[in-house]
Write a protein that binds this ligand. Sequence first.
Ligand SMILES: [Zn+2]
Length: 144
Amino acid sequence: MSSTPPSKEWMDADTLLAEYFQGVASFLKFTKDKLGGDDWYYCPCTKCLNYHKGKKTLKVISEHLICNGIDNSYRTWFNHGEPLCKTTINVRVSSSSSANVHNENAFPKMEDLFNDTFGRIHLDDLDECLIESIQQNDTLARED
Ligand SMILES: [Zn+2]
């Protein structure tokens, strides 16, 4: 899958540099991979600025980019197959059904919980135990 757009640092490079030529090639390849390559596209060169001169073939676009330079404010190639909204790509919503199952397992029945915590104390005695522990805490707090 070549869905990740290539680096765009070359767009700031001098049009005579090899880096720029390679960048143009990566742009053309990206467009071709995403959109097919047989169609006509907006030219992002400094003279056409995508919309100004209508659509052109990739061959003409490559000549324009090398002769005129690319409009280096065109950082998201939305006319050439790059999605505008990148933040939506890697978002995954976890299955709500599996989350519910997990939650049920995470909360055991109340009786089991009390038995685990207090040993085999009868539930009727529990209030007295709680009151005792609260009074103890109260005493400790006053001693402070
Ligand atoms: Zn052009």
